[in-house]
Write a protein that binds this ligand. Structure first.
Ligand code: A3P
Length: 297
């Protein structure tokens, strides 16, 4: 449920949930319940064997969750469960507490409200990055397709909006810098960095890296099966089937989490001026940081 109706710089309205000055998605649960989950988040109990996927939205969270889930559950098929069931900032705390081990948690929050115990327990983190220009485009379709946002702006308006950083889960630049600083300061935390573009170009190597990091064996047959099952077309077909209830929340008949699944869609959306403006901002804000996705920008 939205708690605020915000405006993009061109005056188009967009719904968000606001908690302690930060914006979150206008999810269809009671505002009070979401506030409790968010307030509890830094203090939720964690386990040594927890694995948390940390991403800025639209970086490939569902995809990574599925691969990790298949590896940990010896699954031969994609899961009937959804990654949202273990999204720590929106689920009720009891629900997260009751998930069986090994939990594959996931979150888009910044380190300041990340569970403190996940740090002290040295539980594993998988951090996934993606070319931010593709993230912005994917985010645009996300807010257009999910009716709760009630956003009528076009791409140019959304570009202005996301460049202000006033979207749910906040500014991409801030998110990325805060996590980089956090990883610098907590080098003892087991961390696996993944990159959407590399995973897309060679999922088999990505599956091997995740298996090694999780300490599970993965022979060639398992790897090939996961690569096949977690291929975009298959995931879209298997996981993109919407219930009647969900269809009521979505514009069109396509699942918003399985849209195109390609590298470089930004090139058909960004104008030259938008791309240059982003590059300039990137140079200004991100000097001193280097990322795998830079070669895809
Ligand atoms: P696009 O909108 O560019 O298609 P998240 O899970 O973090 O919300 O990320 C969603 C993005 O990942 C969407 O990007 C979605 O299509 C893409 N995606 C989902 N599953 C994928 C897969 N198996 N392979 C490649 N991309 C995938």
């Amino acid at each position: 449920m939205p708690s605020i109706v915000a405006k993009d710089p061109r005056g188009n309205t967009i719904n968000y949930h606001e908690f302690q000055g930060k914006r979150f998605p206008p999810v269809p649960i009671q505002i009070h319940d979401l506030d409790i989950s968010l307030a509890n988040l830094p203090d939720i109990p964690c386990r040594d064997d927890d694995v948390t996927i940390v991403t800025y939205p639209k970086a490939g969270t569902h995809w990574t969750w599925e691969i990790a889930n298949m590896l940990l559950s010896n699954g031969t098929e994609v899961s009937k469960r959804e990654k949202e069931e273990s999204m720590i900032e929106v689920q009720p705390t009891e629900k997260i507490n009751n998930l069986p081990s090994v939990r594959i948690l996931n979150t888009h929050v910044t380190p300041d409200i990340f569970p403190k115990e996940l740090v002290t327990k040295k539980a594993k983190i998988i951090y996934v990055t993606r070319n931010p220009k593709d993230i912005f485009v994917s985010y645009y379709y996300h807010v257009k397709k999910i009716k709760f946002y009630n956003y009528g702006g076009d791409w140019d308006s959304f570009f202005e909006h996301i460049m202000t950083g006033l979207v749910d889960f906040g500014d991409w630049f801030t998110f990325t810098k805060q996590w980089e600083t956090f990883f610098q300061e907590h080098q003892d935390i087991p961390l696996l960095r993944l990159n959407y573009e590399q995973l897309k170009q060679d999922m088999g190597t990505g599956v091997d890296k995740i298996a090694k990091f999780l300490g599970v064996s993965c022979n060639e047959t398992t790897r090939e099966n996961i690569v096949q099952k977690c291929d975009f077309a298959n995931m879209k077909q298997q996981k993109g089937v919407m219930s009647e209830h969900m269809k009521g929340m979505i514009e069109g008949d396509e699942h918003p989490m399985y849209r195109k699944g390609v590298i470089g869609d930004w090139k058909t959306h960004f104008t030259v001026a938008q791309s240059e403006r982003f590059d300039e901002e990137y140079k200004k804000q991100m000097s001193g940081y280097s990322f795998d996705f830079e070669k895809y920008m």
